[in-house]
Design a protein around this ligand. Structure first.
Ligand SMILES: [Zn+2]
Length: 220
């Protein structure tokens, strides 16, 4: 399935799957405790994983496996066997959403059912992961910070910026690195830095604005 022929339903459903994946990561972080999974720590915000959240987490995992099986069956039928590159449910859902979502839209009735399922999973997963509505929003913007190694070599941070957002919040917070809380910048500073760097940065800025819009926030 090519990008240009995707229907609105496909685009929206891909977003729902990404939301489920993000919520799964949050639930997983909470289950494992802060800092054990990529350092997505938000100590003040973190709630212990309750029985309901644990159930939802397992359901998401089951759904990710179901989706993967569906894609594998489809690809087997078409003599193009596929093996997922990951068994992590969140990463698996993202991979399927990005590369194989067309499998679920071959038949209109099944497509409709898949849309409903993704909607429902997204709603329940987000409610379980962020019961107060406050959450980290991934910005898909790489952290530009770097450190010096003992050998005097520059080592890129490799983290990504994210932003903590609460319902009804009308001012954007700092963009904070997911690897090191000390790496932070305000959105306005970041935009200025991007502008100084020239044309290529327009992509990054546009992506940030889009992400914040998707998250239901007014753009910068
Ligand atoms: Zn960083």
């Amino acid at each position: 399935m090519t990008e240009t022929h995707e229907t609105h339903a496909v685009v929206v459903t891909r977003r729902r799957m990404a939301e489920v994946a993000d919520a799964y990561d949050e639930l997983e972080d909470r289950l494992l405790g802060d800092g054990q999974r990529g350092g997505h720590a938000a100590p003040s915000s973190r709630l212990p994983l309750d029985a309901h959240a644990a159930t939802v987490r397992m359901e998401i995992s089951g759904w990710a496996t179901w989706c993967a099986r569906a894609v594998m069956d489809y690809r087997d039928e078409h003599k193009q066997p596929w093996t997922p590159s990951t068994t992590d449910p969140g990463a698996l859902l993202r991979e399927i959403a990005d590369e194989h979502i067309g499998v679920f839209f071959g038949d209109p009735i099944e497509g409709g059912e898949f849309i409903d399922t993704a909607e429902e999973f997204s709603r329940r997963a987000r409610a379980a992961a962020w019961p107060t509505g406050a959450r980290w929003i991934r910005l898909s913007v790489p952290c530009p910070e770097a450190a010096m190694s003992d050998m005097g070599e520059r080592v890129e941070c490799g983290g990504e910026y994210r932003m903590w957002m609460q319902p009804e919040q009308d001012v954007l917070g700092d963009m904070v690195c997911d690897r090191d809380d000390e790496h932070r910048i305000t959105p306005a500073e970041w935009m200025r830095a991007m502008r100084r760097r020239g044309v290529k940065s327009v992509d990054g800025a546009a992506r940030l604005v889009r992400t914040l819009r998707i998250a239901g926030r007014v753009a910068l």
